[in-house]
Design a protein around this ligand. Structure first.
Ligand code: PLP
Ligand code: COI
Length: 369
């Protein structure tokens, strides 16, 4: 298996002409109010891998379906990983990516955990840049509108024995998106899952693999049936320590202005937004602890007034205030149940850099052309 430092770091991409792209009028109609993850752009990137040959046949072409052999390893043993990042239009018209190198590195880390051949970061970055450049007209002009990139990697070896695949496809698709949660300042309500956990020590919680999301869906179903927006997962051993949501990390803000977020012990996703918020909060002079926090303690702290805000964060959700947490034995509201001051301040600091309204002092922005 190749490691990221092996082999030629870059391969040539071929661009295939699109015979039938969406018309400008139809595109404008689709991106007028895109929501999240429903409106796809015209193109996709596809790169293939075979053991012994490395990554080859890199193409930017019309978005379309894949033909997969029914015994392809991904369909049976779930060797599948993905990423999520966004492209932003800056005031000068240029299109920017935010910390794309961190996404490339996380895909490599996920591949390591899932015994998959790593996509070399230069190939990841080139595929992402080329898709954004070719589909830049899909950028929605709604407030907060972005192009959401979904790089993914699947195992395609035709073999039913259980072992790491020798063949892979790496792809990048793109979607014009608006808000993940409608009404960005509304607080989201969480159902605390006591019946189901997302990831156990030694498992795949820190990898961005599809299986983690499949495992979370029954708990999300429980939450939505009860009228809540999202699930909050607790640790798998004691069912006590707060971990993360199905697709977002979590932060707590206390009355002394300090923040707390659960530590990266291998069971939660090392979110790039999480890391960014920690750095921004510290740059604003706020103390941030990466420490375990028990659900009972959160309840006691919310009731005593010590816990004043909580928020979820991730690429898709950005920074979303958490209004309340509910479980079988009751509910509690956090602060005012809406957007708190610290949450709003950190959200603004983040999106101002992403959209080019504030200087990029950390070297997080790169331009696609
Ligand atoms: N946790 C999970 C389970 C996620 O799916 C995501 C989304 O990608 C996050 C956290 C946040 O990660 P990031 O900030 O890198 O998008
Ligand atoms: C992302 O934020 O990029 C994710 O993958 C999470 C998912 C809820 C869309």
């Amino acid at each position: 298996m190749l490691s990221p430092s092996d082999a030629s770091p870059m391969i040539d991409f071929t661009t295939l002409p699109h015979p039938n792209p969406v018309t400008p009028a139809e595109r404008a109609a689709r991106i007028a109010d895109p929501g999240f993850g429903k409106v796809f752009t015209d193109h996709m990137a596809v790169v293939r891998y075979s053991e012994g040959k490395g990554w080859y046949d890199a193409q930017i072409g019309p978005r379309g379906t894949f033909a997969l052999d029914p015994s392809a390893a991904v369909l049976h043993y779930a060797q599948e990983i993905f990423e999520g990042l966004k492209a932003y239009r800056h005031p000068d018209g240029r299109i920017a990516l935010f910390r794309a190198d961190a996404n490339a590195a996380r895909l490599v880390a996920s591949a390591g955990r899932m015994a998959m051949a790593p996509v070399l970061p230069p190939i990841f970055l080139e595929a992402v840049r080329r898709i954004v450049a070719i589909d830049r007209d899909w950028m929605p002009s709604v407030p907060g509108g972005t192009i959401y990139l979904r790089p993914f990697q699947i195992a395609t070896e035709v073999f039913l024995g259980v072992k790491p695949s020798t063949d892979y496809i790496f792809g990048v698709i793109a979607s014009a998106v608006g808000d993940y949660f409608k009404g960005e300042t509304r607080g989201v309500s969480l159902w605390v899952s006591k019946d189901y956990t997302r990831a156990a020590p030694g498992g795949t919680g820190a990898a961005k693999c599809g299986g983690n999301y499949a495992a979370s869906l029954i708990a999300l179903g429980d939450a939505t049936k009860r009228g809540f927006d999202q699930v909050l997962f607790l640790d798998a051993v004691e069912r006590r320590w707060i971990e993360e949501l199905g697709g977002m990390n979590i932060f707590f803000v206390f009355d002394d202005g300090s923040l707390l977020t659960p530590p990266l012990t291998g069971t939660i996703l090392p979110g790039i937004t999480r890391d960014t918020i920690i750095k921004l909060a510290r740059a604003h002079g706020l103390a941030v602890r990466e420490e375990p926090y028990a659900i009972d303690q959160a309840r006691a702290d919310a009731e005593s007034g010590r816990l004043v805000e909580a928020f979820a964060c991730g690429t898709a959700a950005v920074v979303a205030p958490i209004a309340s947490m509910s479980m079988d034995d009751g509910s509690f509201t956090i602060g005012s149940g809406g957007m708190g001051q610290t949450t709003a301040r950190l959200r603004k600091a983040l999106v101002d850099i992403q959209f080019g309204h504030a200087p990029d002092e950390h070297g997080w922005i790169s331009y696609v052309d």
